[in-house]
Write a protein that binds this ligand. Sequence first.
Ligand code: THG
Length: 370
Amino acid sequence: MSHHFLSLSHRIRKTHFTQKVMNAGVKSFTVYNHMLLPTVFSSVEEDYHHLKKEVQIWDVSCERQVEISGQDAKKLIQKITPRDLASLTMKKCFYAPLVSSNGRMINDPIIIMLAEDRYWVSIADSDALLWIMGIATGLQLNVSLFEPDVSPLAIQGPKSKTLMKRLFGSEIDKMKFFEVAEFQFLGSSFIISRSGWSKQGGYEIYVNGPELAETLWDKLFEAGYDLNVRAGCPNLIERIEGGLLSYGNDMTLANTPFECGFGKFLPKVVANHCIGAQTLNSDKVRSPSKIIKSLSIDHKERIYCEDPWEIYDMKNGKVGQITSAAYSPDFQKVVALGMIKTRSIESEQTMYTIINNKKHTIQIEEKPFI
Ligand code: THG
């Protein structure tokens, strides 16, 4: 990867854990929701092996919450996503695409219900608060909309449950994937969900304000000493293997949820009161001409995809692009995500991409990699 530096300023926000992350030896950051997000501690490969074996603490404060509360909160939240929220309760969060009026991806957040009239939209990297404010203003809805000072801290890896039980007790055992519960710790209450941007299992603690952030960080490291706990971060290789999509990389405002494989989260017919319903209910959009796939590339070197790599097949020419890629030590090939024309997938042509002037064949893989 090429190494240049980003100039820091007040626009690029630090988090309540940034000092701890620096003390833990972070090597590089990216910017996500105008905030620092660590990307490497030891090396992408070493971080990957550790994540798949032990337990890591991730500063994912950049997963900002958009809080929607008030009389019209429920109406507004069901307007901004085509996913049916009728079964959303305070006990379970939903992964739910936000789409534009013409049915394109605005963001792919997790929605948490805190009360019938109070929600958190845990957003990916786009200014969803502005979009939602625009809708609330345009429709003159009676809501309060803001970004609360909430900092998600993710505990990820196969030993995450053991560590979480030591701090929060045996109630942790009862939590199933995507369940949400409130826990008392250090005299304060914390919302915790069993979720996180890895497929190694884990939890996310929504830390309110700055007061307990560093203490919680320290307690997790004390309690996890014998578990070989380390500071970590979303890992490029692991998340590609797991098929977790990254907004801005694998999908953008140009894509429909069906192209992203999110059709399974949408009802057969999207309700009319949802933004984008008309487009999302059209046959053309429901059977997309291109779709995101898990891929592998016959390439054995450490390589990262900073700009999309074009995909070709022998018959159809250019048939798509690779948007994320990394060499996987476990699979001993480059694992990738990319958008491919369904026509090319169906015609089973050999696909290839060009990296440093050399052709490399591409294989479509199961998601997640096994
Ligand atoms: N946790 C929280 N907020 C977040 C993220 C998170 N905000 C930003 C970003 N990540 C949002 N994007 C995603 C993408 C994928 C998942 C969660 C958030 C995810 N997907 C699972 C999968 O695809 O296998 C499960 C989806 C499901 O079946 O419901 O977990 O990570 N708080």
